[in-house]
Structures are given as structure tokens and as C-alpha cells.
Ligand binder design. Structure first.
Ligand SMILES: [Zn+2]
Length: 436
């Protein structure tokens, strides 16, 4: 048995003082406020549940700081991203993603939803293990110390009625049936969820989306939705309907589905996501980096679509920044303040996010839950004098204020340092290996 004592901890009922938790077999066996520390490990600051990063393409981290000089759009950025995708092997993919997952752990992220479409060797040649790239991600997450939902992504078209280009051939299994056969060879584990995804209405034709949706009926199901105006225009021209309407008609929407981005939606689209209780996964730091636009987060919430968060391309890995950006973007769009409360945003980053990637027993400090703890310093230069509240964490803290991280009862980050990795050095080495 391990025990931790938190000077302040965020429980499901709200913040509590002097909270003693005990852990057995990776789960909380008691959570007791107003307790003495005894010989427990002491965590100071505000202790939160583990954070869930629900949309990641880990290898995009190699582009950080390298795509900022040219005028362009999402589509010109994508060419730069494809250059990195073309260079990766299972070994370099493992090394890069392990470092990125280490960065996530340091930021308080204890579970990642990895939207994984880089499946095959250059030209689409199969590796001896057809899941070699997925296995590299699972190993990378395990070695860095975070849980992974491997959202194995079907990607079989280069656009609506378009073939695959040379890089995209690495993504494709040929059709949805072959994708499902390959994914069925992957094994989950206690810390590994195997989920399903379709890349988008661009990457999977309408007549194959239903096969993706039904292949793994109990698994999390994710898809990019209406990130770009051009995607909507192509979809309307080809099918006469919006991407969200196509998802509705193909059985893709529902309570295990996450619509990622959900940026350019009609009122009808918002209603479809809300009435089906489909999650809306916003990635605000990527959406602003790629000049995507601002999605209708408040309308989606009010319609019934739960919010989750992801750092997507990892221009930034900081869920505090993602949380407050949802509210701050809404302020820019509406010229009014006060749309999202700190507890609502924290729910998206913790228990709601974990549910959406297949870990419904994580993200809360309660008996029986997975024993994850994230201690945020509220006496740093950023957070001092902010009141020491939940609002301080959401609206003033950054990933750099995460001092301690416990995953399944294991104290993996102490005093801001990863117990087993030099994360900055691993990032430098692994990115140098795949960039010019
Ligand atoms: Zn994405």
C-alpha cells in the first residue's frame, strides 16, 4: 500500500484540505479529507486528477517551431507535416513518440488518445508485423509512463473522390474491411485501449464510414470533423450534405464517438452532435496555430455534446492552455466574458476526457478510480497571488507549474523531473533524426 497526503486536492465534490489517499493495485482505496499526513508522501499545491489528452498525433511534435515563417494555410502546413511522416520508421517513431509522451507526463497528462494513421512503410509496403507502428506507440507510452488509447485510424482516400499520394499510401489499408482485420490483431491491456477512428470524410468515402463505425462496437470511435471550410465545401459538392450529416447517416455519431475539432458547423450539425451526445474534442492551440477557426463550443455544450480537449499537433503541450483557450476564444468571438467555468473546463480535461478515450474509471479522486494525481504549484511566478483556487489553476497555471505526477499510484514526476527520462534531451535527439 502507498499513501499520499495532499495539502489541497480537487475531489468530485470540490476542493478539500489535508486529503490523505491510499493506493493499492494502482487504485484509490481511501480518500480522506482533514487527515494528518503521517508517513505519507506529501504533495503541495493544488492536486488534480490526471489529465486526459484526447487527440494527439505525437509525431507532429517534430514540426514545433519549424513551420512559422511562411505565409500559408492548413494545407501548406500539411505538406511540411507529410515530409516528417515520410521519414519515420518504427524505430524513429518509437523514439520520437516516447519523448513526446514524456513531455505530456511532465505536463500532468496521464492518458493520451493517439489518433494513429501512419501504419505502413513507404509506398504502402507492409512491415513484417503489420502493426509495427502501432506497437511502437504502445511501447513509447508505456515506457514514458502514460496510458494510451490507440485510436487506430482508417485512411483510404486522399480526399473525396481522390486517390492517395505517395505519403498517404503509408496510411492506407486499402479499404475499411482490411483496416478492421489489421486492427483486430492488436491487443489491449490494462493501460492500453484499442479504439477505432476514421480520419475524416476526406480520408474515408461515405460508403465505408458505416463499416468503420460498426467494426468495434464497444470501442471509442473518433473522427476529424469540419476542421476546414474546404472540407465542408468538397463534402457538400460531392454528397449534397455536410460532414456531420454524413456521419449521422452512416451511424457514426453517439455516446462513444468523439468529433475532433467540430469547427465549421451549421446549426443542424450542432443539433446532430448534441442530440446524439457525441463528444466535441476541441484542440484550441492547434486550431489557432493552423488558422482553422473557432468552433461553437457553447452551442455544442448547450445542445448536449460534452467537451473534451486535445493538443493535436503539439504546437503546445499544455492542457491548462487548452482549457482556458476554449473560454478565451469564445470571448473573442462573442465579445462577452464568462461562458465556461473553471470546473466545467477541468471536467473536460479530466473525467470527461478519460471517458471519451475508453478509461471511464480515471480522472477523479475517488475510491476505486485509477490512482492518478497531478500537483500544480500555486506559488510560482505565474500563480502566486491568484487566490489558490480552481480558477487559479485553469486561468493562470501552465504545464511548467506541474510539480508532481502520480500514475496508477507510481510517483513518476517529482519536483518537475521525469523519474526515468531526460525528456528535453530525448526530444532533441529524436527530432534531429527525422528533420533536416
Ligand atoms: Zn488531428
Amino acid at each position: 500500500m502507498t499513501s499520499y497526503w495532499c495539502s489541497t486536492a480537487l475531489l468530485p465534490s470540490g476542493p478539500a484540505e489535508r486529503v490523505l489517499v491510499t493506493v493499492e493495485d494502482g487504485r484509490f482505496t481511501s480518500v480522506e479529507p482533514n487527515a494528518d499526513p503521517g508517513d505519507a508522501n506529501v504533495l503541495t499545491g493544488l492536486v488534480l486528477p490526471g489529465l486526459a489528452n484526447c487527440h494527439s498525433h505525437a509525431f507532429h511534435r517534430a514540426l514545433r517551431g519549424r513551420t512559422q515563417t511562411e505565409r500559408g494555410t492548413f494545407w501548406t502546413w500539411r505538406e511540411q507535416m507529410y515530409a516528417v511522416a515520410a521519414a519515420l520508421t518504427p524505430d524513429t517513431y518509437y523514439a520520437l513518440c516516447r519523448a513526446v509522451y514524456g513531455e505530456m507526463l511532465l505536463a500532468g497528462i496521464t492518458a493520451v488518445g493517439e489518433f494513429h494513421y501512419l501504419h505502413h512503410a513507404p509506398g504502402g509496403r507492409r512491415y513484417d508485423d503489420p502493426n509495427a507502428m502501432g506497437a511502437a506507440l504502445i511501447a513509447a507510452a508505456g515506457d514514458a509512463g502514460i496510458r494510451i488509447a490507440l485510436l487506430d485510424t482508417c485512411y483510404v482516400a486522399g480526399g473525396i473522390d481522390q486517390g492517395l499520394n505517395h505519403v498517404q499510401q503509408r496510411f492506407s489499408d486499402g479499404d475499411a474491411a482490411a483496416w478492421a482485420t489489421r486492427v483486430s490483431l492488436l491487443d489491449g491491456a490494462d493501460d492500453v485501449v484499442i479504439g477505432a477512428a476514421a480520419h475524416s470524410v476526406r480520408g474515408v468515402p461515405q460508403d465505408q464510414l458505416g463499416a468503420v463505425a460498426s467494426a468495434f462496437p464497444d470501442a471509442p470511435l473518433h473522427i476529424h470533423l469540419s476542421e476546414q471550410v474546404a472540407e465542408n465545401a468538397a463534402c457538400l459538392e460531392a454528397y449534397g450534405r455536410t460532414p456531420a450529416q454524413i456521419l449521422d447517416e452512416t451511424g457514426f455519431l453517439g455516446g462513444r464517438t468523439s468529433a475532433v475539432h467540430a469547427t465549421h458547423l451549421t446549426d443542424v450539425d450542432v443539433g446532430l452532435l448534441g442530440s446524439s451526445a457525441t463528444y466535441s474534442c476541441f484542440c484550441p492551440t492547434t486550431e489557432r496555430d493552423l488558422a482553422d477557426g473557432i468552433g461553437p463550443s457553447v452551442a455544442l455544450r448547450d445542445a448536449g455534446s460534452p467537451l473534451t480537449l486535445g493538443s493535436d499537433s503539439h504546437a503546445v503541450i499544455d492542457l491548462f492552455e487548452e482549457m482556458r483557450a476554449v473560454e478565451l476564444n469564445e470571448r473573442l468571438a462573442s465579445q462577452e466574458r464568462g461562458h465556461w467555468s473553471a470546473p466545467e473546463l477541468l471536467r473536460a480535461a479530466t473525467v470527461g476526457g478519460h471517458q471519451s478515450i475508453g478509461f471511464p474509471d480515471a480522472g477523479a479522486l475517488e475510491v476505486g478510480a485509477r490512482a492518478d494525481l497531478v500537483a500544480v504549484q500555486l506559488d510560482s511566478v505565474r500563480t502566486s497571488g491568484t487566490g489558490g483556487t480552481v480558477e487559479s489553476a485553469v486561468f493562470a497555471a501552465s504545464a511548467a507549474d506541474v510539480r508532481d505526477v502520480v500514475v496508477s499510484g507510481r510517483h513518476l514526476v517529482a519536483d518537475g523531473k521525469h523519474a526515468a527520462m531526460d525528456v528535453a534531451a530525448e526530444l532533441a535527439t529524436s527530432i534531429a533524426a527525422v528533420t533536416r
